[in-house]
Design a protein. Structure first.
Lengths: 466, 188
């Protein structure tokens, strides 16, 4: 439980919904092509430093912050927690997303002046956990049913999806016309573990009874699918090292693609759109599914004058009552294979670039100067179990000197309407470094933040010849 | 390069000032929840004629025992701090009853007994008797030791010697519920 609380703390103190609004369109960062495979990094080639080229952590809580619960005032902890929990609704959620590049690289092919083709490849590990807030279950646990007579507890609010995967990918981007660049990336997923309990229904209600004081009605249809968990947690032959073996294609496998385009309306206006993780994972190994299915109406027991069945003894009657309850709460285990879909993401952007540096003396040999400023409007959407999450961002970026770019962003999403982000990328010779963070307004007290995301990384790059 | 300086200033200020303030995570140690679960319990509703034997004599004593494993469950033993049972008898039969609920352990030793005396109803108007028993502290241990409940319903002899027959009117209803007060240390 302590660990669970710490996780919630992490979720509430860290970050956002897998929206990498600062990374999007940041072409000086090679990993920006993860968000749109049409994007060609501005280098002849790049190689990410193993395990360091893309470190990404995001966690968020749409309803409460750690501050709401742990603020050091004179109120009792339970009161604060209860107030914070009751302020949330069942659409609120906790979310953790983490991504780590194991290796990555890319290079241009063909004649850069004519073809403009680019290949990227790599492998990364990703963890994604989302849990909606099961408000009714929490109220039932906090309060019990005595003060909630006639209240129907909706047990279907329990909605959790969690997975850890590794991804091997290769992408290809090509400029098909002066204006249009297309990109495609293929992915092989290897699932290290997966937990899915997203289609639950069920209710519990206590009413005034007819034959007794109270009548309880249970109606349960709950199910959870898991893969890769059984070998980790089995008491008898658990094998925690198994998870490591699944990183390199050893887990349940799946396939996916990313698709992206970039369209230059003119020299200054560009539109970009991409779909990321259009894919699935087939779970066939190490499956353990749980089904809790049944209904029961319980008004109490009548051991003295059992009504049901003729000649039934009290003992038999009592056994029947017990069996009814056992059946109701009996969790059935199955090993049926199942398929999970990866959370599909959409990124869109409209960018206006301006502020070309004019050389003091005409130098006809020099290449065209880049625009130094860019304003962008971005849209992000991700499919989630209950409904898609959507975020909109406006950003401004500026190139300082030859190889230092800074970017600022303002985002409105499910977590807040005051999300300011700041990021930077600079290159020193062949070393490229970047760091991006959002929710800066919360940095003076992280505990108040409902979400913060952070990405950083190092790459070895070979610049394009001028 | 004014912008450069502003950027550096903002970025470093942000990192330097980044911290977690006014927060006390140790509070979680005191995280206790106190739900109250209420559940229906024993009930019946029988006409007077149910107290007749097949040979026409009176069934003066009806008793039965049920096994109740729930009170000795580890979770209950650890977290239940109070139990409150409400027993109610409503009688419209012109005969008095006594009901006894014995809480027994595995060795059939009585841990606690609840008694209800239900008076006769000469006019067949409902006579209601309610007994509320609260268990806290030491008496609660009696409940937590109990694995069986014995319910004994005794029909008291009538003052005028009449016995129940097919023509005796009225019925006896019995209702009960338990409220279970928990104090659960979630962080333990």
């Amino acid at each position: 439980m302590k660990k669970c609380l710490l996780l919630i703390c992490l979720a509430t103190t860290l970050a956002n919904a897998q929206n990498k609004q600062l990374l999007h369109g940041f072409n000086e960062i090679p990993q920006s092509s993860y968000l749109n495979p049409a994007i060609q990094p501005t280098y002849k080639s790049f190689f990410g430093f193993p395990l360091l080229s893309h470190i990404h952590v995001q966690a968020g809580s749409s309803g409460v912050s750690a501050y709401d619960i742990f603020v050091d005032d004179n109120r009792a902890f339970g009161d604060k927690l209860e107030a914070a929990l009751l302020s949330m609704d069942p659409q609120d959620f906790f979310l953790v997303n983490q991504q780590l590049d194991i290796f990555s690289g890319g290079f241009q092919i063909g004649n850069p002046q004519i073809d403009q083709k680019y290949i990227t490849f790599g492998m990364y590990q990703e963890a994604d956990i989302i849990s909606y807030f099961p408000r009714d279950l929490v109220i039932l646990a906090l309060d019990g049913n005595q003060n909630n007579i006639d209240r129907t507890f909706d047990l279907g609010q329990l909605n959790i999806a969690a997975e850890m995967i590794s991804v091997i990918h290769a992408g290809y981007s090509t400029k098909v016309s002066n204006q249009l660049t297309l990109g495609l990336r293929g992915k092989i997923y290897s699932s290290m573990f997966n937990v899915k309990s997203t289609r639950n229904t069920g209710s519990f209600v206590t009413n005034q009874g007819v034959n007794n004081f109270l009548i309880h009605r249970f109606n349960l249809d709950m199910r959870a699918q898991t893969s890769g968990i059984a070998t980790l947690v089995d008491d008898e032959n658990s094998d925690p090292t198994a998870i490591g073996k699944r990183v390199f294609l050893g887990g349940n496998l799946g396939l996916g693609i990313d698709f992206g385009l970039n369209y230059a309306i003119n020299k200054q206006w560009q539109v970009a759109a991409s779909l990321i993780d259009l894919g699935f994972i087939r779970h066939s190994k190490d499956i353990r599914n749980y089904v809790l299915d049944g209904s029961l109406v319980f008004e109490g027991i009548n051991p003295i004058f059992p009504e049901s069945g003729e000649g039934q003894t009290a003992e038999e009657y009592w056994e029947e009552v017990q069996e009814d309850f056992e059946e109701l709460f009996d969790i059935e285990e199955t090993n049926d294979k199942y398929t999970s879909l990866r959370p599909l993401k959409f990124f869109g952007g409209l960018t206006y670039s301006y502020g070309q540096k004019v050389a003091k003396e005409c130098n006809c040999l020099a290449g065209e100067e880049p625009y130094r400023n860019a304003l962008a409007f971005q849209v992000f959407a991700i499919k989630r179990p209950l409904r898609p999450l959507i975020a909109t961002t406006i950003s401004y970026s500026k190139l300082l000197g030859a190889s230092w770019r800074i970017k600022a962003s303002y985002t409105i999403d499910s977590f807040s309407a005051t999300n300011l982000g700041l990021g930077t990328s600079f290159r020193l010779g062949p070393l490229q470094f970047y760091a991006l963070a959002d929710n800066l307004l919360q940095y003076n007290n992280l505990a108040k933040a409902q979400n913060v995301s952070l990405q950083l990384g190092f790459n070895y790059v070979i610049a394009r010849k001028q | 390069m004014k912008l450069k300086k502003v950027f550096l200033l903002v970025f470093s200020l942000m990192l330097l000032s980044s911290c977690v303030k006014d927060i006390d995570f140790d509070q979680a140690e005191t995280f206790i929840i106190d739900p109250v679960i209420e559940s229906s319990f024993i009930f019946f509703n029988e006409p007077a004629t149910s107290f007749m034997e097949e040979d026409g004599s009176e069934a003066s004593v009806v008793l039965d025992t049920v096994r109740v494993e729930v009170f000795t469950d580890d979770f209950i033993v650890d977290n239940l701090v109070k139990a409150e049972f409400t027993f109610e008898g409503i009688n419209t039969i012109n005969r008095a009853y006594t009901a006894a609920i014995d809480f027994l352990n595995d060795d059939d030793e009585i841990q606690h007994t609840t008694n209800l005396a239900i008076p006769a109803s000469p006019t067949n108007q409902p006579i209601e008797v309610v007994v509320v028993e609260t268990f806290e502290g030491i008496p609660l241990e009696a409940v937590k030791n109990s694995t069986q409940l014995a319910f004994t319903l005794e029909l008291q002899a009538s003052d005028d010697g009449t016995i129940i027959d097919e023509n005796t009117v009225g019925d006896l209803s019995f209702r009960s519920k338990g409220a279970f007060y928990f104090l659960i240390d979630v962080i333990e």
